[in-house]
Design a protein around this ligand. Structure first.
Ligand code: SF4
Ligand code: SF4
Ligand code: SF4
Length: 305
């Protein structure tokens, strides 16, 4: 029995529910699971295809004890959810797993066909039994992750200077070099591909006010549902602004986007501005007061009297 399975089973004895993964997805990749019993937990795994941030489920489980298997990037979301009082820290048992990186499963399947068999030991990636260049399929967010572990799952040290060529860094640099007008044109080109599926919102652990989300209420009808560049731009303006000072850079919005819009570029820019203005990073301190959720009431009327 793996150490992970026995840890999950111990936590289950206290909570009765653990969110984790089994290898039951297409092509042998990880699928999210809810384990309720020690027997169910026997199939639990953690590997480089465990890409999902399972903390997205926690707000809907508020009020009950729950265990959750989490990578370091997922754990930041849990910390921020506790800071925002959407998750009760006393009720959540985090089973933190170490990882060197996770794979861009969608990119692999785009190249080799949906459901292609993926086998990865952390250093060698095989698709349908054939070795492929692993570094080309590491998730962009992992390329400069400060929480990467010093050893691969196989126990081999990561050689210094072996980080994959960072396409994301290049995109950042290209974006920084653009004028304001060029940036606007860049985003308009990106939004032109948006299909308004709302997957970016659904995958985001910090987008938890779904029942009252102004992007979908019809009474009042704040936003249209049109699939065009202007409405997609408005939708992202709302989404990004509502995440100001709350985004933990988990990367799930970008991973979920079916048309490959580089949403993390937006989030990173905003996160950098928030850190400069408020000296605050989301997902670091569960006792912190998120700056844009903090206010004082002065006076007793809206005109400030
Ligand atoms: S961002 Fe870091 S913690 Fe998250 S999956 Fe990638 S390497 Fe692991
Ligand atoms: S906006 Fe994206 S990166 Fe930020 S918390 Fe939400 S899913 Fe994660
Ligand atoms: S996930 Fe992508 S395509 Fe879907 S609404 Fe968000 S930006 Fe648009």
């Amino acid at each position: 029995m793996s150490e992970l399975v026995s840890t999950i089973q111990k936590v289950l004895a206290e909570t009765g529910l653990v969110l984790g993964w089994s290898a039951t997805g297409a092509g042998g990749v990880a699928a999210p699971e809810r384990f309720h019993t020690a027997e169910e937990a026997e199939v639990a795994i953690f590997d480089s295809t465990c890409v999902h941030n399972l903390s997205v489920h926690l707000p809907r489980l508020k009020g009950r004890a729950v265990g959750i298997v989490a990578k370091a990037c997922d754990a930041r979301s849990i910390v921020e959810l506790i800071a925002e009082r959407e998750v009760d820290g006393d009720q959540v048992r985090v089973i933190e797993v170490s990882c060197t990186d996770t794979l861009d499963v969608k990119a692999i399947w785009r190249r080799y066909g949906y459901g292609a068999l993926i086998e990865d030991d952390g250093s060698e990636l095989r698709v349908n039994g054939e070795p492929v260049e692993r570094e080309a399929f590491v998730q962009a967010k992992c390329l400069d992750c400060e929480d990467r572990q010093p050893a691969t799952p196989a126990g081999k040290p990561v050689p210094s200077g072996s980080k994959p060529a960072n396409a994301r860094q290049q995109l950042r640099e290209d974006f920084q070099a653009m004028s304001v007008g060029e940036r606007r044109a860049f985003w308009r080109e990106q939004y032109a591909r948006c299909i308004r599926c709302h997957a970016c919102r659904e995958a985001c652990p910090m987008c938890y006010c779904r029942d009252v989300c102004i992007m979908q209420t019809t009474d009042p009808h704040w936003t249209g549902g049109g699939i065009n560049t202007a409405e997609a731009e408005m939708m992202q303006l709302i989404r990004v602004n509502h995440l100001a000072g709350r985004c933990t850079a988990c990367g799930e919005c970008e991973r979920a986007c079916p048309v490959g819009i580089p949403l993390m570029l937006l989030m990173e820019e905003q996160n950098r501005a928030i850190e400069e203005m408020f000296d605050y990073r989301a997902g670091v301190d569960p006792e912190a007061k998120p700056p844009l959720l903090t206010f004082d009431i002065k006076g007793d009327s809206w005109d400030g009297e």
